[in-house]
Ligand binder design. Structure first.
Ligand code: ZN
Length: 341
């Protein structure tokens, strides 16, 4: 069972051992309600799932959520769900499941870690024992696969690559640090920097705007649409727009190289609305990577796009449950190649 909680929607599905999703359902994330109002939408998603004939065959439940998360306490405080601060979502979902006869083990994962689990199970990081996966969108998140294991860390926040510094005396970041990757390479930062340099959407965004590469990215589309406009302008050769993506790509390259040098990752997988700009972003990353990934054991490091797209949240929640919860020997057939989540 997979439940994915984001700023625009709350989704659920029953996920088969091969990744096939059934009983997929969703609700818009409620606005202008209190914590219980948001929880009511989650309960509706659970109720929908319980109507599936496969409900009773689920053996574990993965919960993916926008961050910040604290998996040691099972709580979330999503930036874009203001009604939830330290909300005990894991305990509350477990209670909803139990009330419907499904007393399942549950696990909570932040969206960057869930995306990483998804890409390792069925996406671009499949087959790689050591991988860094990243979501480059309005913010920059990520997660790590080390030795074929998901590495969420004690509170679920390992892989927080958006807030490592790549410019130690750089601009202040919203997190309190300086020169963070996110403050240079997020969609918000790319658009802001381009505007500061004199770029305007009318100067070359063309058909970009809201229909640009961020169209499917959900939360913050209006802000990301501006980065999409920069991407569209870059694709048309606008020098400021190209410089904005070169700068972002350089920051990402430095961070990716540092991570690989630290833990010997073989591949970096990038998803999210900004990564959807394709070669406009990946070109500069690959160019600059050679400058930072210098030691022999990281020179073969690959940087590739994520492949799971819109379903990464649900697939990731299921994958995180499979990777982080022990097999339940009593309730699943031993012949199954991978447990149902
Ligand atoms: Zn920061």
């Amino acid at each position: 069972m997979a439940i994915d909680i984001g700023g625009t929607k709350i989704a659920g599905a029953l996920v088969q051992p091969d990744g096939t999703m059934t009983a997929t359902t969703r609700r818009p994330t409620p606005r202008g309600v209190d914590a219980e109002g948001v929880m009511a939408a989650v309960a509706e998603v659970v109720a929908d799932l319980s109507g599936s004939p496969l409900w009773s065959s689920a053996v574990r439940c993965g919960i993916g959520s926008a961050g910040p998360v604290d998996t040691s306490r099972g709580t979330v405080s999503p930036v874009n769900i203001g009604a939830w601060r330290d909300f005990p979502v894991q305990e509350r979902i477990a209670a909803e499941l139990a009330a419907r006869g499904a007393e399942l083990p549950t696990v909570l994962a932040g969206d960057g870690v869930a995306m990483t689990a998804a890409e390792h199970w069925l996406g671009a990081a499949r087959g790689y024992a050591n991988a860094l996966c990243m979501v480059v969108s309005t913010g920059v998140g990520g997660g790590l696969i080390l030795n074929n294991q998901l590495h969420p860390g004690p509170t679920g926040n390992a892989g927080h690559i958006g807030h490592i510094s790549v410019a130690f005396d750089g601009e202040p970041c919203v997190c309190g640090g300086r020169g963070c990757v996110e403050s240079i390479a997020s969609g918000t930062a790319i658009a802001r920097w381009a505007r500061e340099q004199g770029w305007t959407p009318s100067a070359g965004s063309g058909p970009g705007g809201s229909g640009g590469p961020d169209g499917a990215d959900g939360p913050g589309t209006a802000r990301d649409a501006t980065a999409a406009g920069v991407a569209a302008a870059a694709a048309q050769g606008d020098p400021i727009a190209l410089a904005a993506f070169d700068r972002a790509g350089r920051a990402l390259a430095a961070a990716i190289a540092a991570s690989a040098t630290l833990v010997e990752t073989d591949i970096a997988v990038l998803g999210g609305g900004v990564a959807a700009a394709g070669d406009t972003l990946f070109g500069p990353i690959r160019t600059h990577l050679a400058q930072y990934a210098t030691l022999s054991f990281v020179q073969e490091l690959q940087v590739v796009p994520a492949t799971l797209g819109t379903h990464a949240g649900l697939i990731g929640a299921a994958a995180a449950a499979t990777m982080l919860l022990p097999p339940s020997a009593s309730s699943e057939p031993s012949s199954a190649p991978a447990p149902t989540a």
